[in-house]
Design a protein around this ligand. Structure first.
Ligand SMILES: [Mg+2]
Length: 356
């Protein structure tokens, strides 16, 4: 008789961290059952089961967060890392105008972060605090954690998969921008990069050398508000949904790598060029123009709309700013031009790029 190897969502793996089963149980009990959503079956079987509503299609995105690359254990609180992991995926759904349906989370963790040894003096373990941040944002956006995986790893890794749904044919694509369109962004730009710069300065001042999570930056209370954009960015899910509902946008994407880079992506996909007005950019308080252009991790929406479209000043409470226009692609001019007080110059894609 063939014995089937038992499997489960949030599965046990060889080389799993100590106390992993207990951890899985904790996660399952905290997530609970996700009734009343499009998740027919969540954590607990080989697969989750999702319901497809008639007339909709799935939007699927995946994002990898790596210790030392996307976060530092000594700089970012576990709650912030959990929040940011989910925010990255939700922001991609927002960029398509999709409604979040389910999240799947895979974690690779050094044993010290995963087991109860991380609990001292009544404090929660690292992974419990990670989940606090993750699940708080999940509740805000009513997206259930429907599965995932767990393994021991030399460095902390969080991989998020988000499933969203959008009315068939209505997803906001990068490829829909037309010459003559106006360009808009939601919210403010550069706040996350300005926060990261502050963290770098603190780390230098506090002479923080190791980064295994045992030595942590001391963050002065008066900096908390200034660092919120970096630690707890808010994905613009409601704003993406509003753009679809009102039929306002021709093209859209989320600004995750930095406006200069993401606008190039949009122009490339649409076969157009663009110009933006430096003086019109909604630069976040405490940020520089360079950080607003190239900083990344703002998780705002960038979109184009017909020039005569009646754009509201805000979508679901978040301001919308007109920053420039879409032009015909012409080999005699750069793909993206920045108009400033001292004239115009080509705007190179200087945002976040891997392996560059
Ligand atoms: Mg994106």
């Amino acid at each position: 008789m063939v014995r089937r190897k038992p499997k489960r969502e949030m599965k046990k793996r060889e080389g799993a961290p100590a106390g992993e089963l207990a951890l899985l149980e904790r996660i399952r009990s905290r997530v609970g059952r996700s009734r009343g959503s499009d998740v027919v079956l969540g954590i607990g079987d080989d697969c989750a089961l999702l319901r497809v509503r008639p007339g909709e299609e799935w939007a699927v995105t995946t994002d990898l967060s790596l210790e030392g690359r996307h976060f530092r254990l000594g700089w970012h609180a576990p709650e912030s890392i959990g929040h940011r992991t989910l925010a990255r995926g939700l922001s991609d759904l927002a960029g398509m105008g999709a409604r979040p349906v389910a999240a799947f989370l895979s974690l690779g963790l050094p044993a010290a972060l995963a087991d109860k040894a991380g609990e001292r003096n009544g404090h929660s373990s690292w992974v419990d605090r990670f989940l606090n941040g993750f699940l708080a944002l999940a509740r805000t956006h009513k997206v259930p954690l429907a599965g995932g995986d767990l393994a021991e790893s030399p460095a902390a890794v969080a991989d998020i998969v988000l499933i969203g749904a959008v009315r068939r044919g209505k997803a906001l694509l990068r490829s829909g921008a037309r010459p003559g369109d106006a360009l808009y962004v939601t919210g403010f730009l550069g706040g996350s990069a300005a926060g990261l710069r502050r963290l770098e300065e603190l780390a230098r001042a506090q002479n923080l050398k190791r980064d295994d999570g045992r030595e942590c930056l001391k963050i002065p209370g008066k900096l908390k508000a200034a660092l919120a954009a970096h630690f707890y960015p808010q994905p613009r899910v409601a704003q993406g949904l509003a753009l679809v509902r009102r039929g306002l946008a021709h093209a859209a994407m989320d600004v995750s790598d930095g406006l200069s880079t993401d606008l190039h992506h949009l122009c490339e996909a649409s076969g157009v060029a663009a110009e933006i007005d430096a003086s019109a950019l909604p630069v976040a308080a405490g940020a520089t123009l360079a950080q607003a252009l190239n900083g990344g991790e703002d998780y705002e929406l960038l979109f184009s709309a017909a020039p005569q479209a009646r754009m509201p000043r805000a979508l679901s409470g978040v301001p919308v700013t007109r920053i420039g226009r879409v032009l015909r692609r012409d080999r005699r001019r750069p793909m993206v031009t920045l108009l400033g007080a001292s004239g115009e110059r080509p705007l190179a894609p200087r945002g976040w790029q891997h392996f560059s």
